[in-house]
Ligand binder design. Structure first.
Ligand code: SF4
Ligand code: SF4
Length: 301
């Protein structure tokens, strides 16, 4: 059977920064869509493996194209990586289930790997909150990891930087993040509600503002953020987006509609000719998004 060291080396080669081998306990959750008991998913399970893939938060202020949070690129990479590792375990004669629908935030807290802070995100020592997490449940009896329990729970009430930085007022003083106001979820909608158009700024997909404002995270002062040209999106040219963020999120209609919103947010009057053409589209979502962008942009010109 594969050893801890062999598995960890394979995971690190795929870009995972931390690997935790944990006992298979129930992880209580109030969310009915999640499964509390890993053993319900794999009877005979002996180890829950949590795999952490960190990403770099970058300063994207001033960019007038469609900024995509690095979270999405990393989550695609982690998903492919965990499928590879699951196959590796199965090929070695073990049973394994990856990407199980278990409560991962709760697992991080339960096993003392990290703490949950006011922005509702979990933080891991030496990494912060900018990471994607994957999991494998297996019947291999791996040696359990020794956990560094030195991460202290911060009194967020003395800080509130994330609450103030949130563009859409999604974070409450009690640490509840309203998913209907959070731009990470709003940016994934097919139609952006008018109330949130301006809040989105240059965000094509995702939002990292509460993470960037947090003193427990590092923000790189580089231009390494991933931004997709709005002109290409308005022309329906998605390029490598389906590969990078997944076909579900990179649907053409959705991307064109969001490009219309972002063009107006960023005063891209240079894109008006393309938007006027889209207003004639037979797709009612696209024609409505283009009309709305024209109204907003033509007020500017
Ligand atoms: S991800 Fe963005 S919108 Fe959501 S809570 Fe954080 S700052 Fe607010
Ligand atoms: S920004 Fe401040 S209040 Fe928000 S999670 Fe970080 S430490 Fe807590």
């Amino acid at each position: 059977m594969i050893s801890n060291a062999e598995f960890t080396a394979a995971a690190e080669e795929l870009g995972f920064g931390r690997v935790y081998f944990l006992p298979v306990d129930d992880i209580p959750t109030p969310y009915v869509k999640l499964v509390s008991s890993p053993k319900a998913l794999l009877p005979g399970a002996k180890t829950l493996i949590l795999l952490i893939m960190p990403y770099e938060l970058t300063d994207d202020g001033g960019c007038r194209e469609g900024v995509i949070s690095p979270y999405y690129k990393v989550s695609q990479k982690a998903y492919k990586g965990v499928k590879f590792l699951e196959k590796k375990l199965i090929d070695s004669g073990a049973q394994a289930v990856c990407n199980a629908n278990i409560p991962l935030k709760a697992a991080i807290v339960k096993y003392d790997i990290g703490v949950q802070r006011l922005n509702s995100l979990t933080y891991i020592n030496g990494i912060g909150s900018a990471f994607h997490i994957q999991n494998i449940i297996t019947d291999i009896a791996f040696e359990y990891s020794r956990i560094d329990r030195s991460l202290s729970v911060t009194d967020c009430s003395k800080c509130l930087h994330c609450l103030r930085a949130c563009p859409s007022g999604a974070i409450s003083t009690t640490g509840f993040v309203d998913p209907n106001r959070c731009l990470r979820f709003v940016s994934e909608l097919k139609q952006i509600p008018a109330e949130f158009e301006n809040n989105l700024g240059n965000k094509l997909l995702g939002c990292d503002e509460c993470q960037k404002a947090c003193p427990h995270n590092m923000v790189a002062k580089t231009n390494a953020q991933f931004a997709y040209p709005l002109e290409k999106l308005l022309k329906g040219d998605l390029g490598e987006l389906p590969e990078l963020i997944g076909t579900n999120l990179a649907r053409k209609t959705r991307m064109i509609c969001k490009a219309c919103v972002l063009a107006a947010n960023n005063n891209r009057t240079d894109l008006l000719p393309l938007i006027r053409e889209l207003e004639k589209s037979s797709d009612t979502y696209i024609s409505a998004a283009a009309r709305r962008a024209m109204e907003r942009l033509e007020v500017i010109t």
